[in-house]
Design a protein around this ligand. Structure first.
Ligand SMILES: [Ca+2]
Ligand SMILES: [Ca+2]
Ligand SMILES: [Ca+2]
Ligand SMILES: [Ca+2]
Length: 598
């Protein structure tokens, strides 16, 4: 099927109007061809939940936010009609900041912008391992220093403890993790406040080691120049915040880690400088399998970016030529979210980008030749995502059947939308899709439990296994509301294997490492990556669903240093620690009490 398409569409669609019509015809053809059992999904055809049309089993997501003791509420801080700054956040990011084996959560908050005397701050919640979390922000000293947008974690000084970077409207802040439960604001010393290029509206960010020298570098996206444009715009008969077209773009920033606690701004020298970009999400992944991490930038209202890593400290922007800068129909996206994952298990990272209300979200298939094909329609997410305004989320395997599913947080950007379009709501229900293993996604939102019953203005999303039961849970940052912590019930009998990678020559977080496993007839990959989703970051551990397989035949790890390690006959249902260069797999330190669910 792909061979036929490759021949037919040797001329990319954007240079060939007829191709779009042909693509529709081919999509219709492949729909019938895909059910012949020759697709990868047939390898798991006997498994419950992977047969076409079958439900994914008993997986339920429960809203455990209050039960977990999370009292954080996002404060929008608007006065009257909210402007973009006040309606786009918040992000949420997850890491085990104290090394106790449990993933903790950082929630980003707004600020009192108009001097109403309201004192709000960001919040770091420590995972107690018994289903509850404790707010340790004051002790840790990480309240944020301005109006917060997003956050990421990264062990930029290879200390063994992840540090925290918060993107803000104004100066960003870098909190160095001291390893004793406290953090120090090292923004000035590190030179990463991010205001040197005139960018105030910082959005998505990611730590990644672009030159593979063992030190995490830092990329920060800029959204728009809000100050130089109108405050409000007409939305039909009402006033609201403005579309990005009302503003000039704002520059992105790439910092090189000097290894002495300081960073150098290499935005121009590295070739990524884009002063007209309107960046929101940032994703990192080696899409062309050349061993070097590439950089994806989701833009709002202008073509999206793909910066190919040229291995010499420079990047070439190939968004248009790779086919991912706009949709298959040539439409520019309101691109909010980047997720990279190999949804069809062919060994190449595919791409998900979320989009606006009345515009579908997008899945792009990686064709192994450096091009992305918008397959949203043929994989089945087009209709189901058209009536939501999608923000964070992306690929994760919620039922551990070995196929990456899709979760999307939804919510409109205009609280005023209901006044002009009663069918469209500001607060929306999130969306869950199950990957059927045959190239199709089926929406399972309505069968997925009470976690999908309450509408919010969903924004950032992080995936993490908070209770270490092998099933990945979800946390969502909601604008103007409490967050949503969704516990994955598991319990469908599928097996898993989890790897935490620790670099020794490579960066300690192992960002950029690729794990390839073969188990139960399925071949799967994960790449350890920071950033992603929308203004957020997930559990860096690689969790693989194994369906009915009770052991993994081979585990191959390609470290950013160039080292490759292979392990054979690895037992399932365990949390492994892999230290770069060590010949034995170890077990992660997981507190016993963590096995009780949140
Ligand atoms: Ca690459
Ligand atoms: Ca793929
Ligand atoms: Ca799955
Ligand atoms: Ca879990």
């Amino acid at each position: 099927m792909r061979l036929q398409r490759a021949v037919l569409f040797a001329v990319p669609w954007y240079r060939c109007g007829l191709c779009v019509a042909l693509m529709v015809l081919m999509a219709a053809y492949t729909t019938s061809a895909e059910s012949d059992g020759s697709q990868p999904g047939s390898q798991l055809g006997s498994q419950p939940g992977t047969q076409s049309g079958a439900h994914p089993g008993p997986i339920q997501f429960t809203n455990v936010t209050a039960a977990a003791g999370i009292k954080f509420v996002n404060y929008r801080g608007n006065e009257g009609i909210a402007i973009n700054r006040e309606i786009f956040g918040p992000g949420v990011c997850v890491a085990d900041f104290d090394g106790d084996g449990l993933q903790d959560i950082y929630f980003v908050n707004g600020r009192d912008l108009y001097h109403h005397g309201i004192n709000v701050r960001n919040a770091l919640y420590h995972n107690n391992g018994d289903g509850t979390f404790t707010d340790v922000t004051d002790k840790a000293g990480v309240p944020g220093t301005g109006y917060g947008m997003g956050c990421i974690w990264g062990d930029y000084n290879n200390s063994g403890f992840p540090s925290l970077f918060v993107t803000q409207y104004g100066r960003n802040v870098l909190y160095r993790n001291n390893g004793d439960g406290t953090f120090t604001d090292v923004t000035d010393k590190a030179k990463v406040a991010g205001t040197e290029s005139g960018t105030l509206f910082h959005s998505g960010a990611a730590f990644f080691d672009y030159d593979r020298d063992g030190l995490l570098d830092l990329y920060v996206a800029g959204y728009v120049n809000l100050e130089a444009g109108p405050r409000y715009c007409a939305l039909g008969a009402v006033q609201s915040s403005c579309a990005p077209s009302a503003y000039k773009g704002s520059a992105n920033i790439l910092y090189h880690n000097n290894g002495d606690g300081t960073f150098s701004n290499v935005t121009v020298a590295s070739g990524v400088y884009k002063p007209d970009g309107k960046g929101l999400a940032v994703g990192v992944g080696d899409y062309d399998n050349d061993g070097w991490p590439d950089l994806f930038g989701a833009n709002d209202g202008v073509p999206s970016f793909l910066f190919h890593n040229d291995h010499n400290g420079k990047f070439t922007e190939v968004g248009i030529t790779s086919g991912m800068a706009t949709t298959a129909r040539g439409n520019i996206m309101a691109a909010m979210c980047i997720s990279l994952g190999d949804y069809d298990n062919d060994g190449w990272l595919d791409l998900y980008i979320s989009d606006f209300q009345k515009a579908s979200d997008h899945i792009w298939h990686n064709d192994h030749q450096g091009d992305f094909w918008d397959v949203s329609s043929e994989v089945g997410i087009e209709y189901s995502t058209r009536d939501e305004l999608s923000f964070g989320g992306g690929f994760f395997d919620y039922d551990n059947d070995g196929w990456l599913d899709l979760f999307i947080a939804n919510g409109h950007v205009y609280p005023e939308i209901e006044a002009i379009d009663p069918q469209t709501h500001f607060k929306q229900i999130n969306t869950l899709f199950h990957n059927e293993g045959n190239g199709k996604f089926v929406e399972t939102t309505k069968q997925a439990g009470d976690g999908f019953k309450t509408p919010y203005a969903g924004r950032g999303v992080a995936f993490a296994d908070f209770d270490n039961d092998g099933f990945v849970d979800i946390v969502v940052g909601n604008n103007g509301d409490p967050p949503l912590l969704l516990h994955n019930s598991g319990g469908n009998g599928n097996h898993f294997v989890n790897f935490r990678l620790v670099g020794t020559k490579s960066n300690r977080d192992a960002m950029g490492a690729r794990i390839h496993i073969v188990a139960g007839g399925l071949s799967q990959i994960r790449e350890i990556a920071g950033g992603g989703s929308y203004l957020s970051q997930s559990d860096l551990r690689a969790n693989f669903g194994l369906a009915k397989a009770t052991h993994v035949e081979t585990v191959e790890i390609s470290w950013p240093s160039g080292l490759k390690q292979v392990f054979h006959d690895v037992e399932a249902d365990k949390f492994y620690l892999v230290v770069e260069g060590k010949e034995q797999l170890e077990l992660q330190k997981i507190p016993h009490k963590a096995s009780s669910q949140p």
